[in-house]
Design a protein around this ligand. Structure first.
Ligand code: NAD
Length: 265
């Protein structure tokens, strides 16, 4: 291995959930080390806007449509990427059904949580990640090389602390936590299946990312996190580059937790 093990020059990367808060951070991380990035989202307009901002900053990024819950949509995305770039080296399964794009019933209590919403969240967070691994991973197997990073969550490692939400207007539905636990399990399954074939699969677990949170929720979260604050969105960049690059060539089925210590006690 060369000493330049973080180098991503000319590596082609797909990042889903491209219109959201964290995808641009992942893109900046990969582009800073030489990668070309395709940001994909089913909200094409918002994704285009995110891409425009990154392009203005000089990053090699383009925008694409993908509904991660739909296999044909994945296949179309892959075909387009192959036509343009001939290969795909990195996939970040980042799209998520989150508090930012919540359904009408996202805040419903466990006792009243509708099956319909359970299915919708599982579909994006878990089935979407499964389909991404299946469709893009199949191509990586043909190439004999690739790195897949599945974005999980602190609530894919531990349950949400139910005591921090009352009175804050924020909630964490059961399906979010369960789907993210599933993402970690899926990661281990595919990672062990493909490790000997050159395709590495790992998970990256963000903690609670500060996004103008205020009041009671922020105070409670800060008190409960060993590092005494929420995460800054930039703080995932190092982990993304590490897992995407040859620096992690022997890292397989790992869940890299970047949470300020939330899951450590
Ligand atoms: N922000 C946090 O505090 C935090 C913490 C832990 C884990 N995460 C995880 O990190 C990832 C990114 O989080 P974020 O904060 O950027 O979320 P976000 O809500 O800002 O962005 C998610 C994006 O996913 C897209 N999306 C939803 N359904 C889709 C579908 N069917 N097909 C394609 N795109 C779809 C949305 O349009 C949105 O642009 C998510 O998987 C989330 O669960 C976030």
């Amino acid at each position: 291995m060369s000493n330049n093990f973080f180098n991503l020059t000319d590596r082609v990367a797909i990042i889903t959930g491209g219109a959201g808060l964290l995808a641009s951070e992942h893109a900046i991380a990969l582009c800073s080390y030489g990668a070309k990035v395709i940001l994909a989202d089913f909200n094409k307009e918002k994704c285009n806007a995110a891409v425009e901002i990154l392009q203005q900053q000089g990053f090699q990024v383009s925008s694409a449509y993908c509904d991660v819950t739909n296999k044909e949509s994945w296949e179309k995305l892959l075909a387009d990427v192959l036509q343009e770039h001939k290969k795909v080296d990195i996939l970040i399964n980042n799209a998520g059904f989150t508090n930012q794009n919540k359904s009408a019933n996202f805040d419903a209590s466990f006792e009243n949580f509708p099956l319909e919403d359970w299915n919708a969240i599982m579909n994006v967070n878990l089935t979407g990640t499964f389909l991404g691994c299946q469709v893009v991973g199949k191509q990586m197997l043909v190439q004999g090389k690739g790195s897949i990073i599945n974005i999980a969550s602190l609530y894919g490692v531990v349950s949400p602390n139910h005591n921090i939400y009352p009175g804050t207007g924020i909630s964490q539905p059961v399906a979010y936590s369960v789907s993210k636990h599933g993402v970690v399990a899926l990661t281990k399954y595919v990672a062990t299946l493909w490790a000997s074939k050159g395709v590495r699969v790992n998970a990256l677990t963000p903690g609670g990312i500060f996004n103008n949170h205020q009041g009671l929720f922020l105070e409670r979260f800060k008190q409960l996190n060993p590092i005494g604050r929420m995460s800054e969105k930039e703080e995932l960049r190092g982990g993304i580059v590490y897992l995407a690059s040859d620096a992690s060539s022997h890292v397989v089925g790992h869940n890299l937790i970047i949470d300020g210590g939330w899951t450590a006690w």
